[in-house]
Design a protein around this ligand. Structure first.
Ligand SMILES: NC(=O)c1ccc[n+]([C@@H]2O[C@H](COP(=O)([O-])OP(=O)(O)OC[C@H]3O[C@@H](n4cnc5c(N)ncnc54)[C@H](O)[C@@H]3O)[C@@H](O)[C@H]2O)c1
Length: 324
């Protein structure tokens, strides 16, 4: 067994639970990673799983049945958020696998307390990871490296992120799948923040448009200073758009990140300091999930997907909101 807790000889056997929209990205990435094999799929709404590298794999209606037959090294849970806590708890107690749960970790504070209270006997802190994929976006990692390389720029004094998804016409279906704009995108913003700063407390949060839009302010620490992140999410939009700006006021530096275009640049006054351009070859979700899986398979134990980070950002996600 290697650093990752996964078998070092042979392939990493993956069990996949929940064959919805996002499973297509996961399975495309896994099929491309030579060191993985898909052992089984689980979904009560499907008679069979998709072919994997041209072959069929064992399929089960319930995870319990699959874990009686298989001993996967890695179990991926990509089911609706309201099922994550129960399935993750069952997976921890009925297998030895490492477990990657889709984001957000859980749907409410009670479920969060249940997961946080899982005993050390199940080694949840070592085995459970959350797919905070925005933290692996190439432009986010580029920005994080850039700021790390410039301590002379001083602290990040302010952050503004605006994430829009055109789900308003999907109506109730969007609420059923994603809870609200904040639950769906706020977790991406909060987990992305952990690449740059240490988020501390939610200062205020409001939901409007019946939950289709939100505004949240988060106090964070960076380089011995405190700053404020302003987070806007909304489904009231004509198209998808995700942008973030970082301000490093002491140095007069601004970093503009466009997560839709997977690009970024840093500027000071009239000067372009650095830029990141994308080669356009890799679709956005693959560009997030491929490095996430590579990190797991390499045994990196990246803090962005650790259980302790997930508990911290998911608690901020579920902080009380006022409705306007
Ligand atoms: N869709 C996205 O772009 C996206 C991106 C990142 C993360 N996520 C997260 O991934 C999760 C799934 O999202 P989705 O969009 O794929 O949802 P989805 O509704 O398209 O798919 C969920 C699938 O899980 C299955 N399922 C339900 N209960 C199950 C159970 N007990 N065991 C096995 N399968 C079960 C359903 O039949 C369905 O096929 C959510 O937590 C979401 O927040 C989604």
């Amino acid at each position: 067994v290697g650093r990752s807790g996964l078998a070092v000889t042979g392939l990493t056997r993956v069990g996949f639970v929940g064959l919805g929209i996002i499973s297509e990205t996961h399975l495309a990435v896994l099929a491309d990673l030579a060191q993985t094999d898909l052992a089984f799929t689980v979904d009560p709404a499907k008679d069979h799983g998709p072919d994997f590298r041209g072959s069929s794999v064992d399929h089960y209606p319930a995870m319990t049945d699959a874990l009686e037959e298989h001993e996967p090294d890695l179990l991926v849970i990509a089911t609706p958020t309201s099922t994550h806590a129960q399935l993750a708890t069952e997976a921890l107690s009925s297998s030895e696998a490492r477990i990657l749960v889709e984001k957000p970790l859980v749907h409410d504070l009670q479920a969060l307390d249940e997961v946080a209270g899982l005993g050390p006997a199940l080694r949840a802190d070592q085995r459970l990871m959350v797919a905070h994929h925005f933290a692996f976006a190439p432009e986010v990692r580029w920005t994080s490296d850039l700021v790390d390389r410039h301590p002379e720029w001083g602290p990040i004094t302010a952050i503004t992120a605006a994430f829009y998804d055109p789900y308003v016409l999907r109506g109730e279906e969007a609420f059923a799948s994603y809870g609200s704009s904040w639950l769906d995108s706020g977790i991406n913003q909060l987990s992305m923040l952990t690449r740059f700063v240490e988020p501390q407390d939610v200062m205020g949060r409001q939901e409007d448009d019946g939950g289709a839009s939100a505004w949240c302010t988060v106090r964070y620490r960076h380089r011995d200073a405190t700053g404020l992140a302003r987070l806007r999410t909304s489904w009231m939009t004509g198209s998808s758009s995700k942008r973030t700006t970082l301000t490093l006021a002491e140095a007069g530096v601004e970093v503009w990140i466009d997560q839709t275009a997977m690009t970024a640049f840093a500027a000071r006054g009239d000067q372009l300091l650095a830029s990141y351009g994308n080669d356009g070859r890799t679709p956005r979700k693959i560009a997030h999930y491929r490095p996430l899986y590579e990190s797991i398979l390499a045994g990196d134990r990246d803090p962005a997907i650790s259980l302790s980070t997930a508990l911290r950002v998911t608690r901020l996600l579920h902080s009380p909101a006022s409705l306007t």
